[in-house]
Design a protein around this ligand. Structure first.
Ligand code: G1P
Length: 307
Protein backbone atom coordinates (compact mmCIF):
# COMPACT_ATOMS: atom_id res chain seq x y z
CA UNK A 1 0.00 0.00 0.00
CA UNK A 2 1.33 3.41 -0.91
CA UNK A 3 1.79 5.59 2.14
CA UNK A 4 0.59 9.16 1.66
CA UNK A 5 3.44 11.62 1.47
CA UNK A 6 2.47 13.21 4.78
CA UNK A 7 3.14 9.96 6.66
CA UNK A 8 6.63 9.58 5.20
CA UNK A 9 9.76 10.32 7.18
CA UNK A 10 10.57 13.53 5.36
CA UNK A 11 9.50 17.12 5.51
CA UNK A 12 8.37 18.78 2.25
CA UNK A 13 10.54 17.42 -0.55
CA UNK A 14 12.50 19.83 -2.74
CA UNK A 15 11.51 17.50 -5.61
CA UNK A 16 8.07 17.15 -7.15
CA UNK A 17 8.80 14.61 -9.87
CA UNK A 18 10.62 11.35 -10.25
CA UNK A 19 11.48 9.58 -13.50
CA UNK A 20 11.29 5.78 -13.47
CA UNK A 21 12.64 4.13 -16.65
CA UNK A 22 10.78 0.89 -17.39
CA UNK A 23 11.52 0.27 -21.06
CA UNK A 24 14.05 -2.58 -20.57
CA UNK A 25 13.28 -6.09 -21.88
CA UNK A 26 14.17 -7.98 -18.68
CA UNK A 27 16.17 -10.56 -20.63
CA UNK A 28 18.09 -11.66 -17.52
CA UNK A 29 14.80 -12.86 -16.03
CA UNK A 30 13.56 -14.95 -18.98
CA UNK A 31 11.39 -16.96 -19.36
CA UNK A 32 9.39 -15.25 -16.56
CA UNK A 33 9.53 -11.95 -18.44
CA UNK A 34 8.51 -13.28 -21.86
CA UNK A 35 4.91 -12.03 -21.53
CA UNK A 36 5.02 -10.08 -18.23
CA UNK A 37 7.11 -6.98 -17.66
CA UNK A 38 9.82 -7.57 -15.05
CA UNK A 39 8.53 -4.55 -13.10
CA UNK A 40 5.21 -6.38 -12.65
CA UNK A 41 6.76 -9.57 -11.25
CA UNK A 42 6.03 -9.87 -7.52
CA UNK A 43 8.65 -9.42 -4.84
CA UNK A 44 6.74 -10.70 -1.82
CA UNK A 45 3.15 -9.48 -2.16
CA UNK A 46 3.80 -6.51 -4.42
CA UNK A 47 5.05 -6.04 -7.97
CA UNK A 48 8.60 -4.70 -8.11
CA UNK A 49 7.46 -1.35 -9.52
CA UNK A 50 5.48 -0.57 -6.35
CA UNK A 51 8.66 -0.47 -4.28
CA UNK A 52 10.00 2.35 -6.48
CA UNK A 53 6.66 4.21 -6.44
CA UNK A 54 6.40 3.86 -2.65
CA UNK A 55 9.95 5.12 -2.25
CA UNK A 56 9.01 8.26 -4.18
CA UNK A 57 5.65 8.70 -2.41
CA UNK A 58 7.09 8.32 1.09
CA UNK A 59 9.76 10.86 0.14
CA UNK A 60 7.05 13.44 -0.58
CA UNK A 61 7.27 13.22 -4.39
CA UNK A 62 3.84 13.12 -6.03
CA UNK A 63 4.47 13.11 -9.79
CA UNK A 64 5.70 9.78 -11.12
CA UNK A 65 6.89 9.72 -14.73
CA UNK A 66 7.34 6.30 -16.28
CA UNK A 67 9.44 5.98 -19.43
CA UNK A 68 7.98 2.97 -21.23
CA UNK A 69 8.56 0.95 -24.38
CA UNK A 70 5.98 2.02 -26.96
CA UNK A 71 4.58 -1.44 -27.53
CA UNK A 72 3.64 -2.17 -23.93
CA UNK A 73 0.74 -0.75 -21.94
CA UNK A 74 0.60 -3.34 -19.14
CA UNK A 75 2.29 -1.08 -16.63
CA UNK A 76 -0.09 1.75 -17.45
CA UNK A 77 -3.04 -0.59 -16.86
CA UNK A 78 -1.65 -1.48 -13.42
CA UNK A 79 -1.74 2.17 -12.36
CA UNK A 80 -5.19 2.89 -13.80
CA UNK A 81 -8.32 2.43 -11.72
CA UNK A 82 -10.12 -0.84 -12.42
CA UNK A 83 -13.76 0.08 -11.76
CA UNK A 84 -15.03 -3.40 -12.68
CA UNK A 85 -12.69 -5.07 -10.19
CA UNK A 86 -13.62 -2.58 -7.48
CA UNK A 87 -17.32 -3.23 -8.20
CA UNK A 88 -16.76 -6.99 -8.06
CA UNK A 89 -15.01 -6.69 -4.70
CA UNK A 90 -17.78 -4.42 -3.37
CA UNK A 91 -20.55 -6.79 -4.52
CA UNK A 92 -18.84 -9.88 -3.19
CA UNK A 93 -18.11 -8.19 0.10
CA UNK A 94 -14.34 -8.82 0.05
CA UNK A 95 -13.84 -6.73 3.15
CA UNK A 96 -11.81 -3.58 2.69
CA UNK A 97 -10.08 -4.71 -0.50
CA UNK A 98 -11.99 -2.37 -2.86
CA UNK A 99 -11.33 0.51 -0.48
CA UNK A 100 -7.62 -0.35 -0.34
CA UNK A 101 -7.40 -0.42 -4.15
CA UNK A 102 -9.17 2.94 -4.41
CA UNK A 103 -6.85 4.52 -1.84
CA UNK A 104 -3.69 2.93 -3.21
CA UNK A 105 -2.52 5.77 -5.43
CA UNK A 106 -4.45 8.70 -4.02
CA UNK A 107 -2.46 11.93 -4.06
CA UNK A 108 -0.14 10.65 -6.81
CA UNK A 109 -0.08 11.71 -10.45
CA UNK A 110 1.25 9.30 -13.08
CA UNK A 111 2.59 10.21 -16.51
CA UNK A 112 3.65 7.73 -19.17
CA UNK A 113 6.09 8.74 -21.88
CA UNK A 114 7.42 6.53 -24.65
CA UNK A 115 10.98 5.72 -25.51
CA UNK A 116 10.82 4.77 -29.18
CA UNK A 117 13.89 2.50 -29.17
CA UNK A 118 16.17 1.08 -26.44
CA UNK A 119 18.85 3.75 -26.81
CA UNK A 120 20.19 3.78 -23.26
CA UNK A 121 19.46 5.29 -19.85
CA UNK A 122 20.34 8.87 -20.80
CA UNK A 123 17.97 8.70 -23.78
CA UNK A 124 15.22 7.32 -21.50
CA UNK A 125 15.68 10.23 -19.06
CA UNK A 126 15.61 12.69 -21.97
CA UNK A 127 12.22 11.32 -23.06
CA UNK A 128 10.77 12.64 -19.77
CA UNK A 129 11.90 16.21 -20.46
CA UNK A 130 8.47 17.59 -21.54
CA UNK A 131 7.01 16.45 -18.19
CA UNK A 132 9.74 17.93 -15.99
CA UNK A 133 9.41 21.67 -16.63
CA UNK A 134 12.36 23.63 -15.35
CA UNK A 135 13.09 22.04 -11.99
CA UNK A 136 15.21 19.37 -10.32
CA UNK A 137 13.84 15.82 -10.43
CA UNK A 138 14.64 12.39 -9.04
CA UNK A 139 15.49 9.24 -10.98
CA UNK A 140 14.82 5.77 -9.58
CA UNK A 141 15.96 2.64 -11.44
CA UNK A 142 13.43 0.09 -10.18
CA UNK A 143 15.75 -2.94 -10.57
CA UNK A 144 17.97 -1.43 -7.90
CA UNK A 145 15.87 -2.15 -4.81
CA UNK A 146 17.15 -0.17 -1.83
CA UNK A 147 15.70 -1.21 1.51
CA UNK A 148 16.02 1.57 4.04
CA UNK A 149 14.04 3.22 6.85
CA UNK A 150 14.81 6.57 5.27
CA UNK A 151 14.02 6.14 1.54
CA UNK A 152 17.14 6.48 -0.58
CA UNK A 153 15.66 9.13 -2.90
CA UNK A 154 14.69 11.18 0.21
CA UNK A 155 18.31 10.99 1.41
CA UNK A 156 19.48 12.34 -1.96
CA UNK A 157 16.74 15.01 -1.99
CA UNK A 158 17.93 16.20 1.41
CA UNK A 159 21.50 16.45 0.11
CA UNK A 160 20.16 18.35 -2.92
CA UNK A 161 18.33 20.76 -0.60
CA UNK A 162 21.68 21.66 1.01
CA UNK A 163 23.75 22.00 -2.19
CA UNK A 164 21.23 22.66 -5.00
CA UNK A 165 23.39 20.52 -7.31
CA UNK A 166 22.90 17.07 -8.86
CA UNK A 167 23.38 14.17 -6.43
CA UNK A 168 24.19 10.53 -7.22
CA UNK A 169 23.66 7.63 -4.81
CA UNK A 170 26.96 5.86 -4.22
CA UNK A 171 28.44 3.10 -2.11
CA UNK A 172 31.81 1.35 -2.09
CA UNK A 173 31.86 -1.84 -4.17
CA UNK A 174 34.28 -4.74 -4.28
CA UNK A 175 36.97 -4.75 -6.93
CA UNK A 176 35.31 -7.55 -8.95
CA UNK A 177 32.00 -5.61 -9.06
CA UNK A 178 33.23 -2.54 -10.95
CA UNK A 179 32.07 -4.02 -14.29
CA UNK A 180 28.45 -3.87 -13.07
CA UNK A 181 28.31 -0.19 -12.09
CA UNK A 182 29.11 3.36 -13.00
CA UNK A 183 32.20 4.32 -10.97
CA UNK A 184 32.85 7.79 -9.52
CA UNK A 185 36.11 9.62 -8.99
CA UNK A 186 35.62 11.73 -5.85
CA UNK A 187 37.62 14.27 -3.82
CA UNK A 188 39.30 12.86 -0.75
CA UNK A 189 37.93 15.71 1.36
CA UNK A 190 34.30 15.44 2.42
CA UNK A 191 32.34 18.70 2.40
CA UNK A 192 29.95 17.82 5.25
CA UNK A 193 30.28 16.73 8.88
CA UNK A 194 28.25 13.54 8.43
CA UNK A 195 30.90 12.38 5.93
CA UNK A 196 28.26 10.96 3.58
CA UNK A 197 28.56 13.63 0.90
CA UNK A 198 31.42 13.53 -1.60
CA UNK A 199 32.29 15.87 -4.46
CA UNK A 200 32.37 14.04 -7.81
CA UNK A 201 35.18 14.90 -10.24
CA UNK A 202 34.49 12.41 -13.03
CA UNK A 203 32.87 9.06 -13.68
CA UNK A 204 33.11 6.10 -15.99
CA UNK A 205 30.55 3.44 -16.94
CA UNK A 206 31.29 -0.16 -15.88
CA UNK A 207 35.10 -0.23 -16.04
CA UNK A 208 37.05 -3.46 -15.70
CA UNK A 209 38.71 -3.88 -12.27
CA UNK A 210 42.07 -3.06 -13.89
CA UNK A 211 40.76 0.27 -15.25
CA UNK A 212 38.46 1.29 -12.38
CA UNK A 213 39.53 4.69 -11.04
CA UNK A 214 37.97 4.01 -7.59
CA UNK A 215 35.47 1.76 -5.84
CA UNK A 216 32.64 4.31 -5.51
CA UNK A 217 29.79 2.57 -7.38
CA UNK A 218 26.65 4.26 -8.74
CA UNK A 219 23.42 2.74 -7.41
CA UNK A 220 20.34 3.62 -9.43
CA UNK A 221 19.21 6.81 -7.63
CA UNK A 222 19.92 10.33 -8.84
CA UNK A 223 18.71 13.88 -8.30
CA UNK A 224 19.27 15.80 -11.52
CA UNK A 225 18.97 19.41 -12.60
CA UNK A 226 17.28 20.31 -15.93
CA UNK A 227 20.67 21.43 -17.34
CA UNK A 228 21.60 17.75 -17.45
CA UNK A 229 19.29 17.45 -20.49
CA UNK A 230 21.70 19.68 -22.45
CA UNK A 231 24.61 17.48 -21.37
CA UNK A 232 22.66 14.45 -22.63
CA UNK A 233 22.06 16.19 -25.99
CA UNK A 234 25.82 16.70 -26.32
CA UNK A 235 26.75 13.11 -25.41
CA UNK A 236 27.92 10.62 -28.01
CA UNK A 237 26.50 7.07 -28.00
CA UNK A 238 28.77 4.35 -26.60
CA UNK A 239 30.12 1.59 -28.92
CA UNK A 240 26.86 -0.37 -28.53
CA UNK A 241 24.85 2.66 -29.69
CA UNK A 242 23.44 3.53 -26.25
CA UNK A 243 23.51 6.97 -24.63
CA UNK A 244 24.90 6.45 -21.14
CA UNK A 245 23.78 8.71 -18.29
CA UNK A 246 27.24 8.21 -16.77
CA UNK A 247 28.86 9.74 -19.88
CA UNK A 248 26.46 12.70 -19.85
CA UNK A 249 27.08 13.35 -16.13
CA UNK A 250 30.81 12.93 -16.64
CA UNK A 251 30.90 15.79 -19.13
CA UNK A 252 28.44 17.83 -16.99
CA UNK A 253 30.67 17.56 -13.91
CA UNK A 254 33.67 18.95 -15.82
CA UNK A 255 32.22 22.41 -15.44
CA UNK A 256 29.49 22.03 -12.77
CA UNK A 257 29.53 20.74 -9.19
CA UNK A 258 28.02 17.27 -8.76
CA UNK A 259 27.81 15.38 -5.46
CA UNK A 260 27.78 11.72 -4.51
CA UNK A 261 25.85 10.62 -1.42
CA UNK A 262 26.88 7.51 0.52
CA UNK A 263 23.33 6.32 1.13
CA UNK A 264 22.06 4.32 4.09
CA UNK A 265 20.30 1.10 3.19
CA UNK A 266 20.68 -2.30 1.64
CA UNK A 267 20.90 -2.52 -2.15
CA UNK A 268 19.71 -5.59 -4.05
CA UNK A 269 19.92 -5.86 -7.86
CA UNK A 270 16.61 -7.55 -8.69
CA UNK A 271 17.40 -7.63 -12.41
CA UNK A 272 18.93 -11.12 -12.14
CA UNK A 273 17.65 -14.30 -10.51
CA UNK A 274 20.05 -14.26 -7.55
CA UNK A 275 19.04 -10.76 -6.55
CA UNK A 276 15.37 -11.42 -7.32
CA UNK A 277 15.30 -14.40 -4.93
CA UNK A 278 17.27 -12.49 -2.29
CA UNK A 279 14.84 -9.58 -2.44
CA UNK A 280 11.88 -11.95 -2.28
CA UNK A 281 13.24 -13.62 0.86
CA UNK A 282 14.06 -10.26 2.46
CA UNK A 283 10.54 -8.94 1.80
CA UNK A 284 8.84 -12.13 2.98
CA UNK A 285 10.85 -12.14 6.20
CA UNK A 286 9.63 -8.58 6.85
CA UNK A 287 5.99 -9.69 6.36
CA UNK A 288 4.64 -10.75 9.78
CA UNK A 289 1.98 -12.99 8.28
CA UNK A 290 4.16 -14.74 5.69
CA UNK A 291 7.52 -14.87 7.48
CA UNK A 292 6.56 -17.98 9.51
CA UNK A 293 5.79 -19.86 6.24
CA UNK A 294 9.27 -19.12 4.96
CA UNK A 295 10.93 -19.83 8.30
CA UNK A 296 9.53 -23.38 8.23
CA UNK A 297 11.49 -24.02 5.02
CA UNK A 298 14.64 -22.44 6.33
CA UNK A 299 15.00 -24.78 9.29
CA UNK A 300 16.00 -28.15 7.76
CA UNK A 301 14.54 -30.25 10.58
CA UNK A 302 11.04 -28.80 10.15
CA UNK A 303 10.90 -28.26 6.37
CA UNK A 304 7.48 -29.40 5.06
CA UNK A 305 7.57 -32.81 3.42
CA UNK A 306 4.83 -34.74 1.59
CA UNK A 307 5.94 -38.30 2.26
C1 G1P B 1 22.75 1.57 -14.76
C2 G1P B 1 23.79 2.72 -14.85
C3 G1P B 1 25.01 2.36 -14.00
C4 G1P B 1 24.57 2.05 -12.58
C5 G1P B 1 23.56 0.88 -12.61
C6 G1P B 1 23.07 0.47 -11.23
O1 G1P B 1 23.27 0.44 -15.43
O2 G1P B 1 24.13 2.93 -16.20
O3 G1P B 1 25.90 3.45 -14.00
O4 G1P B 1 25.68 1.72 -11.79
O5 G1P B 1 22.43 1.25 -13.42
O6 G1P B 1 22.17 1.32 -10.71
P1 G1P B 1 22.35 -0.85 -15.81
O7 G1P B 1 22.41 -1.76 -14.62
O8 G1P B 1 20.97 -0.34 -16.09
O9 G1P B 1 23.00 -1.44 -17.01
Amino acid sequence: MIMPASSGPQTVSPLRSVVIPVAGRGTRLLPATKAVRKELLPIGRKPLILYAVEEAATSGIDHIIFVCARSDSSLQRFFERDIQLEHFLDVHGVQGEAEKLRAMFSGLRFSFVNQSAPLGLADAIRCARPEIKDEAFGVILPDALIISQNPCIAQLAECYRRHRRPVIATRLVQMFETRRYGILVVDSERPEKDMRTVRVRSMVEKPSPQCAPSLYGVFGRYVLAPEVFDAIDNTQPDPSGELQLTDALNSYCNSNPVYGYLFEGRHIDTGNWHGFVEATIECLLADVELAPVLSRYMSPSSAPCNN
